[in-house]
Write a protein that binds this ligand. Structure first.
Ligand code: 1CP
Length: 346
């Protein structure tokens, strides 16, 4: 039996903790040889995502191997469009691809608002992982923000500019809102299902927030994130609006407990713009390519800028797959040791 570690949820609920909590986006993944082994045996990414035992196994690996303070359920944001009727494929070294994409109002006829039951494999993975974790650390559920999901559904794959998705916002804003509305309703059902299955907190990934300008971000993204946060209640919510530095003031009054910062966002300025929020982040994932000594220094500099309160340490985006495991450990250990020492002095 392990003692319960609740530092992540405690910080989110405004409780005092003995140190700063830490976890990493993409902590379950190719950086771990243990992950690569499961992935190889499974044969495909989708097989892992849809098999609760495998998803559970790789979800818990970073808790054991890296000592992080939370687990995040192994899945992908693109399971939602798939449940709505738009199947995705995960191509090796390329990422997700949609054989069919959304181009016109006609294409919406094949879509429906997804119900949580249509993603029962995720709910089963969450329930199983909760049992296996047995209270060791909280389990994070997640979904993509409607704008980011929309971007993949219209573009058909990843993209540097998402110009096809953005073109729709200018040419057919009503169609765009109709699709965003359906994605939002599906996401609310999905996240409520995750909470019911046992997720202790949730994170909304708006990975492509930064390709929109401020006005379009308000209209086509933030509006829908607000709706999700208003409707999915009962657990703490973290919103990660990658690249949307211009939206920080607006995010301060979204109904969420925390906002994730990427490494381009100034920490002290973010505190001023979002005084009511717990902040999460934001070390540049590339900082982990530096020497151990420099990783330590960069991590401490980040911790000092955030200060000891209202902070969950993380990277500014997902861990890159070719990062050395010992460098990741160095980051995690530095957060724990340094923040504990600072607390002890206070
Ligand atoms: O087997 C593999 O290594 C495939 C790589 C991989 C992994 C490990 C993909 C493909 N997805 C995942 C898992 C994943 N995806 C998690 C697992 C939990 C964890 O963090 O440990 C999470 C939270 C996601 C979420 C996700 N998928 C996002 C949001 C976060 C982010 O990185 O911005 C996005 C944008 C996706 C789409 C996606 N899935 C996979 C790739 C390579 C991509 C990005 C494609 C692109 O660049 O457009």
């Amino acid at each position: 039996m392990y003692p319960a570690n609740t530092v992540v949820t405690d910080v989110l609920l405004g409780k005092r903790t003995s140190r700063t909590p830490v976890w990493l986006m993409r902590q379950a993944g190719r950086v771990l040889s243990e992950y690569r082994k499961v992935r190889e045996d499974a044969g495909s990414f989708k097989k892992m995502v849809t098999t609760p035992e495998l998803a559970c196994e790789v979800t818990i690996q970073p808790v054991d191997i890296l000592g992080v303070d939370a687990a995040i359920i192994f899945s992908d944001i693109l399971v939602v469009p798939e449940a709505m009727g738009l199947r995705y494929e995960m191509e090796e070294n390329r990422g997700p691809v949609f054989p069919r994409r959304i181009d016109s109002a006609n294409d919406l006829r094949d879509l429906h608002i997804a119900q949580a039951e249509e993603l029962s494999y995720v709910m089963d993975a969450i329930a199983l992982t909760k049992r296996e974790l047995n209270g060791r650390v909280p389990l994070i559920g997640f979904a993509g923000a409607p704008w980011t999901i929309f971007a993949y559904m219209v573009e058909g794959s990843g993209s540097k500019t998402f110009s096809r998705a953005r073109r729709m916002l200018y040419r057919e804003p009503e169609l765009a809102h109709h699709l965003l509305d359906m994605i939002t309703a599906s996401t609310v059902n999905y996240l409520k299902g995750q909470v019911k299955a046992g997720a202790d907190l949730i994170q909304i990934f708006d990975s492509w927030a930064g390709v929109l300008g401020p006005d379009q971000y308000d209209e086509f993204s933030l509006k829908y994130i607000r709706r999700i946060c208003d409707e999915v209640t009962g657990v703490p919510r973290i919103v990660f609006p990658k690249g949307a530095f211009f939206a920080r003031r607006g995010l301060n009054d979204v109904n969420c407990e925390a906002v994730g910062l990427d490494w381009n966002m100034d920490i002290r300025e973010s505190r001023q713009l979002m005084p009511d929020k717990v902040l999460q982040g934001n070390l540049d994932p590339c900082a982990l390519y530096a020497t151990r000594d420099d990783i330590r220094k960069a991590t401490i500099k980040m911790l000092e800028a955030f200060g000891p309160d209202k902070h969950i340490a993380n990277l500014g985006h997902g861990l890159y797959p070719d990062t050395e495991v010992d460098s990741v450990r160095c980051f995690v250990d530095t957060v724990k040791e340094y923040s504990e020492k600072v607390r002890g002095r206070k």
